[in-house]
Write a protein that binds this ligand. Structure first.
Ligand SMILES: [Fe+2]
Length: 166
């Protein structure tokens, strides 16, 4: 979650006011942490899933991993473009993620599909709020980035939950 302590920024010619950049960096820090977290939740599922549809879900989880890994980079680099210092380590992610810890003992594909859906839905809801926050702040480019992330998350939710909706 965003910290209340004032975010220190690097000097930059970025035209957005320092005040807004500070709040956008705090916002993006939460999403960076969550992106790092979910990137390894998908790998956890990729490595440990078992069941009759093994190959399909094993590959799906790796594809989802690649999508979120790209988001890690996009979010971190928007944050640094605003003059922020990215908190991109696993330890920082543990402190700032909006997600609950992924259970280490899941095996069955349906369990991984449902648990990952929960994670994606939770992050998607936080991204929705972030889009509003960026919009209210007038930071169109952060709003656009979060909109792209949100659209991708919702597509991933569709891919995950289509396995158990019918
Ligand atoms: Fe692999």
């Amino acid at each position: 979650m965003a910290k209340s302590t004032k975010t220190k920024l690097h000097p930059t010619k970025n035209p957005i006011s320092e005040n807004i950049r500070g709040s956008m960096v705090e916002l993006l820090q939460t999403h960076l942490a969550t992106a790092v977290d979910i990137t390894y939740q998908t790998k956890q599922a990729h490595w440990n899933v078992k069941g009759m549809n093994f190959i399909a879900v094993h590959k799906l989880f790796d594809e989802l991993h690649e999508v979120t890994e790209a988001y890690v980079d996009d979010i971190a680099e928007r944050l640094t473009a605003l003059g922020g210092q990215a908190h991109g380590t696993v330890q920082a992610a543990t402190e700032n993620t909006v997600l609950d810890p992924y259970p280490l003992d899941l095996v069955k594909s349906e369990d991984h599909l449902k648990r990952l859906t929960d994670s994606y839905a939770k992050w998607s809801a936080a991204v929705e709020k972030g889009i509003d926050e960026a919009s209210e702040a007038g930071d169109d480019l952060t709003e656009d980035l979060l909109t792209e992330v949100g659209r991708g998350l919702d597509k991933s939710i569709y891919f995950l939950e289509s396995h158990f909706q019918a």
